[in-house]
Design a protein around this ligand. Structure first.
Ligand code: G6P
Length: 613
């Protein structure tokens, strides 16, 4: 996990490193650190906590240089202490690393036998020592290959994942970077280069970028970049132009990124579907299945982690409901290890906001190995996941800065919905008129989301009543059961309140024991095929003195007779209800967290992009 950055050019690296690190904080914020080459020496500063603490320290005792690297950490090996913070220095080299070295204990043992001593508990310090061990500064002056040769030798001994940046005053005019399964991108300026884990971090500096692929090493000098492949041969790379706009990364007048992102949902959904639903037909630019190919699919697997997994659970209802293809949904960290029955007649749909979640990438690779056709639903254009899949459906929600996902959840659901309609049409399960009607339904949804946003004030009011509760129960049925799971997770992530999402029908088999007058129970009860059953859920909770908060369809008069707190949501077709019903649940978690005085954009212990197992 974690985020890494680097800079080489004519400017002072320090403010640039701090600025780009700030933009990577979503990848973890347990500790931060930078190192630069200043007057032919390595100078570094590391702090526990977020970037502001490091900034403050550098304001008091500044340093500078034209070449530097930086890191913001999500702890894997070793507690968040200054010793464990990056950059790690061994001899004359400094390194920042994102990933996990699986064989670090064996390597450490052998380095200890060589007489080397370690100051941290991290796996990264092992890489630092390995590079230092192989580093021959005298080779640097002759061939200019000192540092990169040492990096190449060191990584050949590592098993695991990494994106890393290395500098040394003994080979002072370059940064050497390498990648295996963790992303790293080089931003191409004029006489200067910016390195980051994610292109959004360097967006305000450059437009053109190079993405490194697995096994590649790059040497970055002021004069230019040279990338080497796995066999150390020069590699030809394509320059990509970024389509993102730096303004999209700002809060735009909202108090928090998450609030801005909740409000962006109508736009995010519209951007996801427009261009794909022209004239009532569904068209995917980077994913096509001809009728015969669609007919050959016997089974679909959907995979993802966290919120993306919840989106997959809802996608199952959409795809099975419309196309009648059986769908299994697996958490990626389970799918990759469970010997799944996947073959060439399987379509794997991998969902990931970042496209960099290591388990999701591994699940995709596993499915490809077994012959499946794969498609990635991602928010990050050019992510590892979308580059590795056979087809891709970018969701165009725009950068999501808040760690907890909101707009990318509903945008992924919209992509899944049009994919479900597309598959159904290609297989002949629905005709042209149903396709057109379904498309009309999702276009109309964006307006109804605006209406659901109108609940914000009412929900803020509810948060006053419930913010001190110790637990919440969320109930939904059918397609809204996963929406209840996602609502509960938002409460856990943002407000640190234990919340359980459950199927309304299953509630009486356990969670009912939790219900008393102190347990708020959120019930999703749209007027759909399971409406009558949801009314039973309301009664059962009330009979145990539970406090019921119901989200119901506008115009429903039955629910009001049964529950004290009822919030009304516009009517939409059943398969679209989770998109709409998720929005008030996002508001609820946000306002409860706010009342509890928590950092809603950066909840503790979480990271947005989880690039470790
Ligand atoms: C982290 C984030 C979650 C996210 C999950 C999957 O745990 O905190 O919000 O849902 O990763 O991320 P992905 O980028 O693959 O959707």
């Amino acid at each position: 996990m974690s985020g890494i950055v680097g800079y080489i050019g004519g400017q002072n690296a320090v403010p640039i490193l701090l600025d780009t690190l700030k933009r990577l904080e979503y990848r973890g914020y347990d500790s931060t650190g930078i190192a630069v080459i200043q007057n032919s020496a390595l100078v570094s500063r590391k702090k526990v906590g977020n970037i502001e603490i490091l900034k403050e320290s550098l304001r008091n005792e500044p340093f500078g240089g034209n070449i530097g690297i930086g890191h913001t950490r999500w702890a894997t090996h070793g507690k968040p202490t200054e010793e464990n913070a990056h950059p790690h220095i061994a001899g004359k080299i400094a390194i920042v690393h994102n990933g996990i070295v699986e064989n670090y204990l064996a390597l450490k043992e052998s380095l200890l036998k060589d007489g080397r001593s370690f100051v941290s508990e991290t796996d990264t310090e092992v890489i630092a020592h390995l590079i230092d061990k192989y580093f021959d500064p005298s080779a640097s002056s002759g061939t200019g290959s000192g540092l990169e040769t040492a990096v190449q030798k060191a990584i050949s001994e590592i098993s695991g994942t990494y994106a890393l940046c290395v500098i040394s005053p003994s080979d002072p005019d370059k940064i050497v970077i390498a990648r295996n399964e963790n992303p790293i991108v080089i931003g191409l300026g004029r006489g200067e280069f910016f390195i980051a884990s994610d292109a959004t971090a360097i967006l305000s500096y450059v437009k053109d970028v190079l993405f490194l692929d697995d096994g590649e090493v790059a040497v970055i000098k002021k004069e230019g970049v040279q990338v080497y492949d796995k066999s150390s041969r020069p590699a030809a790379k394509n320059i990509r132009r970024l389509g993102l706009n730096p303004i999209m990364m700002e809060k735009g007048g909202y108090r928090h990124f998450i609030l801005k992102e909740i409000f962006e949902q109508p736009r995010a959904i519209w951007d996801t579907i427009r261009g794909r639903v022209s004239g009532g037909d569904i068209v995917f630019e980077d994913f096509r299945l001809e009728g015969s190919e669609a007919g050959r699919i016997k089974k679909i697997f959907i995979t993802g982690c966290g919120t993306s997994w919840h989106a997959g659970l809802i996608g199952k209802f959409m795809i099975e409901g419309l196309s009648r293809i059986p769908v299994d949904v697996d958490i990626s960290s389970e799918l990759r290890y469970r010997n799944p029955i996947i073959d060439s007649e399987t379509l794997l749909i991998a969902i990931s906001e970042s496209g960099e979640t290591v388990d999701t990438i591994a699940a995709l690779r596993e499915a490809k190995k077994r012959g499946a056709k794969t498609v990635a639903i991602c928010n990050t254009v050019e992510s590892s996941l979308s580059r590795e899949s056979d087809g891709k459906i970018d969701i165009h929600a725009g950068p999501e800065i808040s760690v907890a996902s909101t707009k990318t959840f509903t945008a992924s659901l919209s992509a899944l919905y049009i994919l479900a309609v597309y598959l159904a049409k290609q297989r002949g399960a629905i005709g042209k008129s149903e396709e057109a009607e379904r498309v009309k339904g999702i276009i109309a949804l964006t307006g109804k989301i605006e209406d659901a946003m109108g609940l914000e004030e009412e929900i803020e009011g509810l948060s006053k009543i419930f913010y001190e509760k110790r637990g919440f129960l969320y109930l939904g049925r059918g397609i809204n059961y996963p929406a209840a799971l996602e609502g509960a997770m938002k409460m856990k992530e943002l407000a640190y309140i234990y919340a359980e999402g459950y199927s309304g029908g299953e509630m009486k088999h356990g969670p009912i024991a939790l219900i008393d007058e102190n347990t708020p129970v959120i019930i999703l009860a749209p007027q759909n095929s399971l409406y009558e059953k949801s009314l039973i859920d309301i009664e059962e909770v009330k009979a145990r003195n539970g406090v019921v908060i119901v989200f119901a369809t506008e115009g429903d008069t039955e629910v009001a007779k049964r529950a004290r707190h009822v919030l009304y949501i516009p009517h939409v077709p059943e398969l679209l209800t989770p998109i709409l019903y998720s929005i008030p649940l996002q508001f609820l978690a946000y306002y409860v967290a706010l009342r509890r005085g928590l950092n809603v954009d950066r909840p503790r212990n979480l990271a947005k992009s989880v690039t470790v197992e």
